[in-house]
Structure formats: C-alpha cells, structure tokens
Design a protein around this ligand. Structure first.
Ligand code: AMP
Length: 485
C-alpha cells in the first residue's frame, strides 16, 4: 500500500471499483498509480456523491487526486470539443495558498484530465497577468488559482465564476495563516450559492472551524493519519559532527557516499542556505539555494532545474520548501536541526511520499541535544545517532560562524503579518511561517504589471453519484461541534 498511512478504510481498493470513467482510469494507470491511497479511498466516492468534504490531510498523501479525480468524473458529461470559450465556463475552482502549490495542482489535474476533453488552467501572482488573460479567454472547466490573482482577474472581468459548481480550498490553514481570509470570503461571495465545497487543512484552529462552519454544508469528515509523523518508509539517521565547519563537508560526503541524485538540504536561515549552496558548488556538487529572498522567477527556475535533475542538491529554508512535491525525492538532509520540532516532521515529509521509500539524514553538533530531544518527543521515537568524522576541514571566517538565525534579524522590520522565515519558534499549531514571497497581501494591480497575486477556479459537481456511500463521520468529531445541516 502506498502513502505510508497504516489505516485503510473498508472502501474500494482499486481505482476501477470507484466507477471512474475510462479516460480518467487510463490517465491514472499511465501515471503508475496502482491502488488508491487512504485519502483517495475515502474521498473519491464521497465527492462523486456530491457531498461537501472537510479533509484533514497534508500534501503528500495523494490528496490532489483524491479531490481532482472525482471532480473530473462529475464534469465529464460537460466535456465538449467546441472551440467557443462560452462552451468552457469555469465549473470548478481550486484555491491554493501559493503559486508553487497552485502550479503543482494544475500539473496533476492536467495529467488526470488529459483524456477527458476537459480543460484546465492555472493563475497565480508574481508573473505577468496578460498570458493568463489570454488563457482564460479560451475557457476552462477547471481553474486552479491563488486568491489574490483570482481577484485581479475577477476585477478585470477576465474570468467569470457564475457557473462554478464546485469549490476546493486546499491547505486552508495555510491560507488563513497568510491572511487570505478576506480574499477567500470575497471569492466565495462571487460564486453561485448552489455548489459542492471541499476544504482541506492539516491543522484545525478556531479560525479553520469557523471557516468550515461558514461555508461547508453537512460535510463528511475525511481524515488520514499524519503520514509523516510515523513515516515508516523514511529511514531517519542523525550524524554527530565536530563543529559547524564540519557540517558542509559532511553534507558533501553524504551526498557522494550515498550517491544521492536529488536531495533537499534544509538550513535554518536564508543566508545560510545561500552560503551552503555556494560552498557545495565550490566542492564540485551541483547545488542551488531556494529561499524567500530569491525572486519568483529565480525560484521557479531553480525548482524546475531540480525537478529535471540538473541540480542535485537543493538547499532550502523551511518556508521555501513547504508544499513542494517532488515525486520520489530520495533524501532530505537537515544541515541544521530545525528550531521547531514540527518543522522536522514537515521536512522529512518531503521524502518517502506516496509510498516511496526515502532517507532523512540530520546533522547535529554538541549544542543541538535539546533540539533533538524535542524532535524525538514529538515523533515519539528515539533516532539513531552516529558520529561522522569528516577529518580536518577548512574553517570559515569567524564572522560566518556567528551568524544569527535570520528570523531574529528580520523581525524588527517585518510587518505584523509577516513571520520570520526561521529562527525563534513558531507555534506548532500554526506550523506555516510566511515570508514576503508567500504572504504579500492582495493588492489589485494593473494589467501590465507583473506582480503578486493568486487565485483559482475549479470544478462543479453535478450528475450521477456512483460508488459506495462513504461512512460519513460527522465533522463534529473533528471540529467539536454538531453536524451542520
Ligand atoms: P499529493 O498529496 O496530492 O501532493 O500527492 C503526492 C504524490 O503522490 C504526487 O506525486 C502524486 O503524483 C503521487 N500519487 C498520488 N496518488 C498516488 C497513487 N495512488 N499511487 C501512487 N502515487 C500517487
């Protein structure tokens, strides 16, 4: 079974048994999905029935197919080959918090939909809006968007959502954390009242509960265990090294010895990420850094190069890496143990996804015992610690060794809404820190400008309901209240 989540509901165990149409099954088979992940086993029949869903699941569980496949199934009767944009109105809107996530969802939906005749598109901020306008003019049944850019398009009337019958809010907790609530509310008000709603969130704060109660109608709760909290398919090892100077040599050695072809190395600071990437390059490794000080274009280009295998070592901060889905990433290395144990769980969740096996290697020095103890407490297991002697290494200048966590330096000038990229602890329940790259508030922009924004549309729900009826666990179980009706 895939997904690393032990629980398997008593539902279908093959994609065939859901009653999905042949074009959808063909795409899934071509992707090599042999059996549904637990969230897919639960979500697909429920969404096909037209029910609202509150999903407690993280990225990496197969969640995207869990909502996208049944959405496509519901939209298939509307597929047509007409060249007229009017015949391809937005039927389903998928909102995601960041451009990276929106883009990933789009890539998945495009694959899943490729034999259905349904059109999909993605719009997000930070890039020129004009090509998006041209795409939207051609029409699409499924629109994936970040909230800010969608509002831009709505304001410019380059998209209409009057026929959107289905709304997905993905990573809702992160959206709220980034201050998107007012944008989301504006978008929801612009949608037809009669629609199917799906909401996914990894955490459940009071705000998430309120949001769920305000727009979900009698939702079915779908819950999968936090796969990466147990992650039995991820081998975790800790290496004790002599000092900070030995860490870089240790990274290079681990990458070479283990012949890692694609690895994300986490640092606690943006400045540390940039520096480590440069030093690894100097050591002859193909490395690049991705963090909040890089421009959107740089980040996308780096990510693309990493996905293609042109970059072997991607050095990243927590914020920059969150939500990235790199299929079958074999390894992550914690150059720094994270300040928040919760971040450790997120980091190792980059590997061993959807059933693939992975390795999570962490480096520690003498002062890191407390951080390790907190991680072990959170994941409820002891991690094996080995000594790694990398021999004599060139010492860095003293100034570099005394680098402060970037978050601390940033905070003074940061707006109230912006949290440090790393540094002092972030409350575990909040989990997602933000940087300016992710969290710029929505500001309408001129068509010509290249700027921030997000947005997105997605599919409707409609016709027949097939497949077994899902044992509906009331949302109350999760949200602590009564079922909404
Ligand atoms: P997600 O949680 O939707 O971001 O999916 C994580 C990764 O798992 C993606 O790379 C998907 O392509 C992959 N995936 C999703 N469902 C399956 C499945 N049933 N079998 C194998 N891989 C899957």
């Amino acid at each position: 079974m895939r997904g690393g989540t032990p629980e398997r509901p008593h539902l279908s165990t093959t994609f065939d048994s859901f009653g999905l149409a042949e074009p959808i099954l063909r795409a899934v088979t071509e992707l090599g999905y042999r059996e549904p992940t637990p969230i897919q086993a639960q979500a697909i029949p429920v969404v096909m029935q037209g029910r609202d869903v509150m999903g407690a699941a993280q990225t990496g569980t197969g969640k995207t197919a869990g909502f996208a496949l049944p959405i496509l199934q519901r939209l298939m009767p509307l597929a047509n080959t007409s060249a007229s944009p009017a015949r391809h109105p937005v039927r389903a809107l998928i909102l995601a918090p960041t451009r990276e996530l929106a883009d990933q969802i789009y890539e998945n939906v495009r694959e899943y939909a490729k034999y259905t005749g349904l059109k999909s598109a993605v719009v997000f901020g930070g890039v020129d809006i004009k090509p998006q306008i041209a795409t939207l003019r051609q029409g699409c049944e499924v629109l994936i968007a970040t909230p800010g850019r969608l509002l831009d398009h709505m304001g410019q009337k380059t998209v209409t959502l009057a026929q959107a019958e289905l709304l997905v809010l993905d990573e809702a907790d992160r959206m709220l954390d980034m201050g998107f609530l007012p944008d989301i509310q504006r978008i929801i008000h612009a949608l037809p009242a009669r629609r199917q709603n799906l909401m996914f969130s990894a955490t459940f704060s009071t705000e998430i509960r309120k949001l769920a109660e305000s727009f979900l109608n009698d939702p079915v709760l779908i819950e999968v265990a936090r796969r990466n909290a147990t992650a039995e398919n991820v081998e975790q090892l800790v290496f004790r090294v002599a000092d900070l100077d030995a860490k870089r040599a240790a990274v290079a050695r681990l990458v070479r010895e283990r012949q890692l072809q694609q690895v994300i190395v986490f640092t606690n600071t943006k400045i540390g990420a940039g520096r480590l990437a440069r030093l690894l390059e100097r050591d002859g490794l193909n490395a690049a850094a991705i963090h909040g000080d890089k421009s959107q274009q740089e980040r996308l280009a780096t990510l693309e190069a990493f996905k293609k295998g042109e970059i072997v070592v991607l050095v990243a901060t927590d914020v920059a890496a969150r939500g990235l889905d790199i299929a079958e990433l074999p390894a992550v290395i914690n150059y720094d143990l994270p300040y928040s144990a919760e971040d450790y769980v997120h980091r190792i969740g980059r590997t061993g996804r959807a059933g693939a096996s992975g390795v999570a290697l962490s480096l520690m020095t003498g002062g890191d015992e407390r951080l390790l103890a907190e991680i072990e407490k959170l994941i409820k297991r002891k991690l094996p610690v080995e000594s790694l002697d990398v021999g004599p290494v060139e010492a860095r200048p003293r100034r570099e060794r005394r680098e402060a966590p970037e978050g601390r330096r940033e905070r003074a000038g940061a707006s109230a809404r912006r949290r440090p990229e790393t540094g002092s602890r972030v409350p575990a329940a909040v989990g997602y820190s933000t940087d300016p790259f992710f969290s710029q508030p929505y500001e309408p922009q001129a068509v010509a400008a290249t700027a921030e924004a997000d947005a997105a549309p997605e599919a409707p729900a409609r016709t027949s309901v097939t497949g077994p009826r899902k044992p509906a666990r009331p949302l109350a179980a999760l949200l602590g209240g009564g079922r909404k009706s």
